[in-house]
Design a protein around this ligand. Structure first.
Ligand SMILES: [Zn+2]
Length: 325
């Protein structure tokens, strides 16, 4: 025993040294790969901030994105999300969407040496070559087309390069994963929307849609589709996540899934907790009004009193509001 113990200690030390060496190698290799690649984020929610006096070019202590931290983190391009709640419909949705689009255009106009508004892959490569951030636009929710293909064409002309067919509620032509089934997937007009997107060269985004809507869109779309911000249902059971079968079918037609790393979408415990608390959290948030950081904290505190604390520290407020992002 006396002889074995030192040998075991030596072996353990050797293995832990080898492991540390290996993980630092992997980390170095990953860093190298990351900083030598063109890295894109396909869904960024700062667009509404662009409509305020918030400054994209300045470093901020809150939120996830600004220009200095994009540079430091090696993020070369992003899709600004043209977003509003799916409950905003009709002319107001079109009007608000146009204002968000205008805010992205203005950002690129104001910082021509830093941000390039891109609408093609060639544009993105050129922006990267010139050391600029590639700024693109994705529209999060078919409600903003106001049931009109001509409106959709205008969005495409203004530079929108993907349309998420639904947000968290059904549109008049597509079922959402966050709502009760109404159309059994896509209606005939919904299929026309997919065909029109193909014609316009605007990507069909299936994040947020009901499973049946996904399968209908996959059958209709001639172009590869994307999931701009979805995760895996095998890991977290959120209805907004994709099953393995869906991911394989998406890939088989050339499509891509971009993972959403918000906690309840990738953590089964947080997802279970969010399910348990969702009705109460919606009610509390409705009473408090604006979804501010302070109000999220108040809701969390109240939920902890009613249901016990969240199973682990929460990195973002997302688990409280299942309807966003
Ligand atoms: Zn979203």
């Amino acid at each position: 025993m006396k002889k074995i113990l030192p040998s075991l200690i030596c072996l353990a030390l050797f293995l832990s040294f080898a492991f540390a060496q290996q993980s630092s190698d992997i980390s170095e290799r990953a860093k190298k790969l990351h900083f030598s690649s063109l890295v894109m984020d396909t869904h960024i929610d700062v667009t509404r901030k662009l409509q305020t006096d918030w400054k994209f070019a300045e470093r901020h202590d809150t939120g996830h994105i600004d220009l200095p931290r994009m540079k430091e983190g090696g993020l070369n391009g992003l899709f600004f999300s043209i977003y509003m709640s799916g409950r905003v419909t009709g002319p107001k949705a079109v009007n608000d969407a146009l204002q968000r689009i205008a805010a992205v255009h203005k950002l690129a106009e104001d910082m021509p040496d830093k941000v390039m508004l891109c609408t093609t892959a060639a544009d993105v490569r050129r922006a990267h070559k010139e050391g600029k951030i590639a700024g693109l636009m994705g529209m999060e929710g078919g409600h903003m087309i106001n049931n009109s293909l001509p409106v959709l064409r205008m969005y495409a002309a203004l530079g929108v390069r993907y349309l998420t067919l639904t947000h968290s509620v059904n549109t008049d032509w597509a079922d959402s994963s966050g709502d009760q089934p109404k159309h059994n997937g896509l209606t005939d007009f919904g299929k026309d929307v997919v065909r029109e997107l193909n014609k316009l060269g605007v990507m069909v985004d299936i994040s947020h849609v009901a499973d049946k809507t996904f399968w209908d869109a996959l059958a209709v779309s001639k172009a590869p589709m994307i999931a701009s911000h979805s995760s895996c249902r095998a890991i977290s059971g959120h209805s907004r996540n994709m099953t393995d079968e869906m991911i394989k079918a998406l890939a088989a037609k050339g499509g891509v899934i971009q993972i959403n790393y918000l906690d309840s979408f990738i953590d089964p415990d947080l997802y279970a907790y969010s399910q348990k608390t969702s009705a109460a959290s919606r009610e509390l948030m409705a009473k408090l009004g604006e979804p501010t950081r302070e109000n999220f904290a108040k809701v969390r505190e109240e939920l902890a009193k009613q249901f016990g604390p969240a199973p682990k520290p929460v990195g973002s407020a997302s688990w409280i509001t299942l309807t966003t992002p």
